[in-house]
Design a protein around this ligand. Structure first.
Ligand SMILES: C[S@@+](CC[C@H](N)C(=O)[O-])C[C@H]1O[C@@H](n2cnc3c(N)ncnc32)[C@H](O)[C@@H]1O
Length: 457
């Protein structure tokens, strides 16, 4: 259950013309948001939630703000290279608000199909509104030049490489090779589709979600290996059939894999140690497990409770640090969906590649190692542990399991069979762990790592 599931505008719009309701207010909000993320390191979803101006906008304008910001984060390398080249004095790059106004204007011109006059005029107005009147002429000149020459320049760019920070490019090339890294960065360029996990009767819901509805076009619904349904992005998810009655929840196809690795959990006692917002908790509870959902954040747990209430599922919740908390007695199964750098979710959260650093990966890897030891200690002999992260960095995936198995002879890997993943052969490593990458299937999927271990002693 990605945070997409809580945003009533999730998925809107997948493209199309810009809003005509409040053009300047929408762009001013987008400017605030990209500045919060790019200049003050605030995760985009948090900035969006905290922004009062965005809440006051019409849903269509809110959708536009979201798409515009995501496009700037997704295409930042390309945008900056084009802006630099379009300056009258390329040796003197622009900085601060003017740079951000140009990024927003260029994103509209080159990627969102905004008519040139609208993109240029609103950018100039925004510069004036934000005290940048001396740069009015510069904004106008750069954007006009890009509206004339941008498409040709764009075609000559190496988009995937330009938009990927060096440290990620190098780390992925070392881990996966150049070809797979290319596939990853290409997958990051597209707005991702909407993946959902259906509680029961996927055929029925595929039919209902695809059926013609008043005022809406027929929707193509795809069945993915493993059972997720895939719909094109676009339109508020809350208005889709089945949302209100809790028939399904938003969850990337790769994020749905870890909870399935437990097999039949009906009647089993399962701990979900880093549970919020609850996508995997919902899978386990819907499959009949008695789930205790633990999360350090009370605020995120509240969201989990709301989500599970919509789905009509019951679980116990505990607000605690999983590294310090213990269950009353050892349990049958533990899911550790550990906090991580989230570099596997860049296509859904393109701001991640602008926020996270190599130092974050090292710090999080230490946290994951501690949590893994604690998780293993909570299991009965014979119990199963599934460890997962939505990271593409081996330090947060493969390396963790190698280190743990070397330290803990009471744990043994239970290799995953590709048949368990609906035949997704390319997602199983030689050691028998799950490794998905965003370029693995057409339309993409999150980059996830998952390993299944049994406690033998
Ligand atoms: C990757 S998210 C979990 C996503 C969730 N499993 C799902 O499928 O919806 C990681 C979660 O771990 C929580 N967390 C981080 N450190 C923790 C800790 N030491 N103990 C418990 N929860 C923690 C965060 O608050 C966050 O909600």
């Amino acid at each position: 259950m990605t945070d997409q599931s809580h945003n009533p505008d999730a998925g809107t719009p997948a493209g199309g013309p810009p809003p005509d309701g409040e053009p300047l207010a929408a762009r001013a909000a987008a400017l605030d948001l990209i500045q919060a993320t790019l200049r003050r390191n605030v995760p985009f979803d948090d900035a969006l939630e905290a922004h009062r101006g965005v809440r006051a906008l019409e849903p269509r304008d809110r959708g536009f703000v979201r798409l515009l910001c995501a496009t700037v984060f997704r295409r930042l390398g390309q945008l900056d290279a084009l802006i630099l080249g379009a300056l009258a004095k390329p040796g003197q790059p622009v900085k601060g608000p003017v740079q951000d106004i140009l990024r927003l204007g260029a994103a509209q011109l080159l990627f969102l199909g905004t008519p040139a006059h609208a993109a240029v005029d609103t950018s100039v107005e925004l510069a004036v509104a934000r005290g940048q009147t001396p740069y009015k002429g510069l904004v106008n000149a750069v954007l006009r030049r890009l509206s004339r020459e941008g498409a040709g320049l764009l075609a000559a760019q190496d988009a995937g490489r330009l938009n990927t920070p060096d440290w990620l490019w190098l780390a992925w090339r070392q881990a996966y090779g150049t070809g797979a890294t290319r596939a990853i960065v290409e997958a990051h360029l597209a707005e991702p589709p909407l993946d959902i996990t259906v509680r029961a009767d996927a055929d029925l819901w595929a039919e209902r979600l695809g059926a013609e509805r008043a005022g809406a076009e027929r929707v193509k619904v795809e069945r993915l290996p493993g059972g997720s349904l895939r719909l094109p992005a676009g339109g508020p998810v809350t208005e889709l059939p089945g949302f209100a009655e809790g028939a399904w929840w938003v969850q990337d196809a790769a994020a749905a894999i870890p909870a399935r690795l437990f097999g039949d959990v009906a009647g089993l006692e399962v701990l979900d140690l880093c549970a919020a917002p609850g996508g995997k908790t919902a899978q386990l509870a819907a499959a009949g497990a008695r789930v205790t959902a633990v999360d350090r954040s009370e605020k995120r747990l509240e969201r989990l409770r709301e989500n599970l209430a919509r789905l009509g599922l019951e679980v116990d919740t505990v607000a605690a640090d999983a590294a310090a908390w213990s269950p009353d007695a050892p349990v049958d199964a533990v899911l550790l969906d550990a906090p991580c750098s989230a570099t596997g979710t860049i296509r859904r959260h393109p701001d991640v590649q602008r926020l996270k650093t190599e130092e974050d990966v090292a710090k999080l890897a230490r946290v994951q190692a501690r949590l893994l030891i604690r998780a293993a200690d909570m299991l009965k002999p014979g119990g199963l542990l599934v460890y997962a992260t939505c990271s593409l960095q081996p330090e947060e995936g493969e390396r963790q399991i190698e280190t743990l198995l070397a330290r803990r002879p009471d744990l043994t890997r239970v290799p995953v069979d590709p048949a368990e993943l609906g035949g997704l052969t390319g997602a199983v490593t030689a050691a028998g762990d799950v490794r998905t990458t965003p370029g693995l299937i057409p339309g993409g999927m999150d980059g996830f790592f998952a390993a299944r271990l049994r406690r033998t002693g």
